[in-house]
Design a binder for this molecule. Structure first.
Ligand SMILES: C[S@@+](CC[C@H](N)C(=O)[O-])C[C@H]1O[C@@H](n2cnc3c(N)ncnc32)[C@H](O)[C@@H]1O
Length: 265
């Protein structure tokens, strides 16, 4: 007697969230390179003026590291985050809902069962990036079924420390990572070393009367990289000039800095 034919379960969609490093194509791990080579569909979300520069880096990474290209690309514009009268939290929630709908549609329509899709995340997916939480929300809502994996990359924070040849903490000290928006509300109490990201307004200006060392880096890992380190009060004007000049030249800027109180004698 013939064995009954087993009904084939459709194979699960696989999704990879791959950290690609924060600007230098060599800021990528061997694990990430192996992951890139498994991918059938790359989902690319780009925004505004950074778009062409970031897209160029992603293309370069794929050209360099994918040895037998078999992938498709699905490119979508990241919806801009609107500024409405309702306030920051509401604006972020509305923006996240739009992104969630876009991600869910891409995963449902563009990735076949059994295929592997990937999101290439700038730097490392664990820092100020919404990809993982959006995928969690899609799974929780039951919109689309998939398995997902996260592959770490070198974040701008690691790049900043390496380029300044520093450790983020001195012996036994804490390191805190925050945003320019939060710093503008006040220096967090108890922070020995404060890394500031996403500071479009230059929140460090408010600390000019205080004794801080700053380690600042813009366009880290790229050909346009700029670094400055020293006393905050002495560097504020120059850093503001460099930020304005960078924006004028490139149309966008990404900078990160470490603020640290000098060691007491
Ligand atoms: C949305 S967050 C993404 C962070 C990213 N996931 C990471 O691991 O670096 C963007 C912020 O990261 C920082 N950043 C990212 N790339 C950078 C770079 N190449 N140079 C300096 N800062 C960078 C900036 O503070 C920027 O505002």
């Amino acid at each position: 007697m013939l064995a009954p034919v087993q009904a084939m379960e459709p194979r699960m969609k696989q999704v990879l969230v791959i950290g690609i490093g924060a600007g230098n194509p060599e800021y990528i791990t061997v694990q990430a390179i192996n992951a890139l080579n498994r991918v059938d569909v790359f989902f690319l979300l780009d925004k505004g003026e950074e778009k062409s520069d970031l897209a160029r880096l992603r293309r370069e990474i794929l050209q360099r590291y994918v040895t037998a290209p078999k992938y498709r690309m699905v490119e979508v514009d990241d919806p801009p985050r609107g500024k409405t009268a309702s306030g920051y939290r509401e604006d972020v929630a509305a923006w996240r809902a739009k992104r969630l709908a876009i991600f869910a549609a891409m995963l449902a329509d563009e990735l076949k069962d059994g295929e592997c899709g990937a999101f290439l995340v700038w730097g490392d997916p664990s820092l100020y990036d919404g990809t993982i939480s959006i995928l969690d929300d899609i799974l929780a809502a039951g919109h689309v079924a998939f398995d997902f994996e996260v592959i770490p990359g070198i974040s701008s924070v690691m790049a900043l420390a390496a380029r300044h040849r520093i450790a983020l903490n001195r012996v036994g000290e804490t390191v805190q990572i925050t945003t320019g928006r939060r710093l503008a509300e006040g220096m967090p109490g108890g922070a020995d070393n404060l890394v500031v990201m996403l500071d479009s307004a230059g929140a460090f200006r408010a600390l000019q009367g205080e004794d801080f060392d700053i380690y600042w880096g813009a366009y880290l890992g790229t050909g346009a990289e700029v670094l400055r380190a020293g006393k905050l009060a002495a560097l504020i004007d120059e850093i503001e000039r460099l930020r304005a000049a960078g924006r004028a030249e490139h149309g966008w800027i990404m900078d990160t800095y470490l603020l640290r109180r000098p060691r007491s004698a």
